[in-house]
Design a protein around this ligand. Structure first.
Ligand SMILES: Cc1cc2nc3c(=O)[nH]c(=O)nc-3n(C[C@H](O)[C@H](O)[C@H](O)COP(=O)(O)OP(=O)(O)OC[C@H]3O[C@@H](n4cnc5c(N)ncnc54)[C@H](O)[C@@H]3O)c2cc1C
Length: 317
């Protein structure tokens, strides 16, 4: 039976650890009064992830579907399982990350409803705010009674819920037929190597067209790696082939909310700024004093990045 307040959050994880986006979804879900929040962990040998989900404050129960087919997070394989388990819930939420943006529209389609994308605030039990036009306009959308609510949560808009929960962990049974047209082949490491995940990193350095070349990005990587911070880029840097596109920040890239964001050689186009709207302290290094990024930066340095980066390196000793 569908309960209006039952919420199912699909956990994002890498098989060994829960992604922080899940804790942010839980915070979003707790804004709905009386919500009973369950977290669904689809994986293989995923007991550590399930335990991490159970420890999140506000979680009532963790459901796991532990099977070899779930070892890789393939949206086509996970979606029918989520859709089947959605039967007892009024809300099915996932993070608005690459994982969630791939999975949740399939879940919505299987359930025959539209998806609410990038949910950024709860206005009422069935009314939500979401950004449109690159975040220039915030709209309130309302889901009619009787329809399941399937949504992706704009993780930058919610702080992660703290630990402190003691939810029970239950194995869920799923009978849904899995597709045979899609299977896992291999996973190749992206350009980021061991650097922190852009969408959960506390500090992000970012480079734009001003960095000038793929080779010059090595300067930024070296500085970032000394400090253990994540590296992102503008779309111009991606389009120019300086960096892979999983590093892109902005409207058509990743939306991030680090405590500190330092932009090197980025002009501050609106499509880029929409990706850093929720950043804490924004620092911009740009040699053009008129660059629009200085209008949003908390600290602006009108300077040549090729002088500033070596100086920062030197200061670090
Ligand atoms: C539909 C749509 C979606 C888009 N989505 C995104 C998105 O998701 N993310 C995104 O970033 N963009 C996006 N864009 C593109 C966006 O409009 C800009 O073109 C892009 O952000 C510009 O990137 P940039 O700031 O690196 O380059 P530029 O605008 O060319 O700026 C480069 C800056 O580097 C400075 N500079 C040059 N040399 C140096 C130096 N030596 N030291 C210091 N500063 C220097 C220059 O003064 C300049 O301000 C989108 C555009 C459209 C139309």
């Amino acid at each position: 039976m569908m309960t209006t307040s039952g919420m199912l959050i699909v956990a994002e994880h890498n098989g060994g650890n829960l992604n922080q986006s899940t804790a942010r979804c839980v915070t979003c879900a707790t804004s709905i009064a009386g919500a009973r929040i369950d977290v669904l962990v689809l994986g293989h040998e995923c007991s550590t992830v399930a335990a991490q989900a159970a420890a999140l404050f506000g979680v009532h129960r963790v459901l796991t579907v532990d099977r070899p087919e779930n070892a890789a997070p393939l949206a086509a394989v996970l979606a029918p399982q989520v859709a089947e388990l959605a039967a007892g819930y009024g809300y099915i939420l996932g993070p608005s990350t690459t994982f969630g943006k791939d999975l949740m529209p399939r879940v919505a389609a299987l359930l025959g409803v539209g998806q609410i994308s990038d949910l950024m605030a709860i206005v009422g039990p069935r009314a939500f705010q979401r950004p449109v036009y690159a975040g220039n306009v915030i709209v309130t959308v309302e889901v009619p009674e009787g329809l399941k609510i399937v949504a992706t949560v704009r993780t930058a808009s919610f702080k992660p819920t703290p630990d402190g929960g003691t939810a029970e962990i239950t194995q869920a049974r799923v009978d849904a037929a899995l597709p045979s047209h899609t299977s896992f082949v291999e996973l190749r490491a992206g350009g980021g190597g061991a650097r922190p995940d852009l969408q959960t990193a506390r500090i992000v350095f970012s480079g734009g067209r001003g960095v000038g070349s793929e080779g010059n990005f090595a300067l930024l990587y070296a500085l970032a790696d000394r400090l253990g911070v994540a590296v992102g880029a503008s779309r111009a840097a991606v389009d120019a082939g300086f960096v892979p596109n999983d590093m892109q920040i902005g409207q058509t890239g990743k939306i991030i909310a680090p405590d500190l964001y330092i932009a090197f050689g980025i002009s501050g186009a609106i499509q880029h700024l929409t990706g850093i709207k929720d950043a804490g302290l924004i620092v911009a290094v740009n040699k053009d004093a008129e660059a629009p990024i200085f209008q949003v930066a908390d600290v602006g340095l009108v300077a040549d990045l090729f002088q500033i980066i070596p100086e920062l390196e030197k200061k670090l000793g």
